[in-house]
Design a protein around this ligand. Structure first.
Ligand SMILES: NC(=O)c1ccc[n+]([C@@H]2O[C@H](COP(=O)([O-])OP(=O)(O)OC[C@H]3O[C@@H](n4cnc5c(N)ncnc54)[C@H](OP(=O)(O)O)[C@@H]3O)[C@@H](O)[C@H]2O)c1
Length: 247
């Protein structure tokens, strides 16, 4: 049972929509006080925080561009001021821009590196010294690391980098009783995956997994909740693919 008198605090980046919103909702249900980070979509973030509070949970919204170390530091300071500390960091914020390596421009490269790779680095740099004893870090990778389809080159490179930092930080935190793991979803029904794809492409990708459906944000939130909760205590330095068996 979660300790309701002294709830643990979870900071979920990119929690206004999609997978992050499902993770925030699930962790709140599991008894965590949740910090709902977002980049620009304050209306969605506030709506989510209100729905968590309506369901009896506790949530605070926090605008911060994860690519900006100063903004991330301000968010962490605010979380500590409000709740005394952070126990769980979920690095979920991300963007996906697809192009072949020949055709992708510098803006496509730089934006994905900034948000998908530097973002988790910015938060993990703080978490490494400030996450409370017994804490958990869960990073969002992707099953494109392994599938390596055309046009996913830069996106996959950022996620491969996230997986590398996951393995290294797990070792660097020896002695702190903090686990660092990654969840690597396959195609999941959110704006990031669906936007701009013709239905025929979505249908083909859906059938690639032997379970023959898209992942739902809640499928991914279930896996994150496992790593963030008591049952995940012995899992450390691992990448878990949550993808219906696509790879
Ligand atoms: N969907 C998939 O098929 C899939 C598969 C594998 C991995 N993933 C990974 O899962 C994670 C979540 O993806 P999703 O599908 O839920 O995406 P999504 O629906 O597009 O939502 C993205 C979230 O990230 C936030 N965000 C974007 N840039 C940000 C920044 N610079 N700073 C802070 N927050 C930022 C957005 O905030 P605003 O609302 O304020 O813009 C939003 O809350 C990503 O890391 C993605 O790479 C997704």
């Amino acid at each position: 049972m979660p300790d309701q008198t002294n709830p643990k605090v979870a900071l979920v980046t990119g929690a206004s929509r999609g997978i992050g919103a499902a993770i925030a909702t699930r962790l709140a249900k599991d008894g965590f006080t949740v910090i709902v980070n977002y980049a620009g979509n304050s209306a969605e973030a506030e709506k989510l925080a209100a729905s968590i509070e309506d369901a009896g949970g506790r949530a605070l919204t926090a605008q911060a561009d994860v690519a900006d170390p100063a903004a991330v530091a301000r968010m962490w300071d605010a979380a500590e001021a409000a709740f005394g500390g952070v126990d769980v960091l979920v690095n979920n914020a991300g963007i996906m821009k697809l192009a072949t390596i020949a055709e992708g421009d510098d803006a496509l490269f730089d934006s994905q590196i900034a948000i998908n790779l530097k973002g988790p680095r910015n938060t993990m740099k703080l978490a490494a010294t400030r996450l409370r004893e017994g804490g958990r870090i869960v990073n969002l990778s992707s099953s494109v690391v392994g599938l390596y389809q055309p046009t996913y080159g830069v996106y996959a490179a950022t996620k491969a980098g996230v997986e590398a930092m996951t393995h290294v930080l797990a070792k660097e935190l020896r002695g702190r009783n903090i686990t660092v793991n990654a969840i690597a979803p396959g195609p999941t029904a959110t704006a990031l995956f669906l936007d701009g794809k013709p239905q025929s492409v979505v249908d083909n990708l859906m059938k690639l997994a032997p379970l023959e459906r898209l992942g739902q944000p809640e499928d991914i939130a279930n896996a994150v909740a496992f790593l963030a909760g008591p049952d995940g205590a012995w899992i450390n330095g691992q990448v878990i693919r949550a993808n219906g068996g696509i790879i």
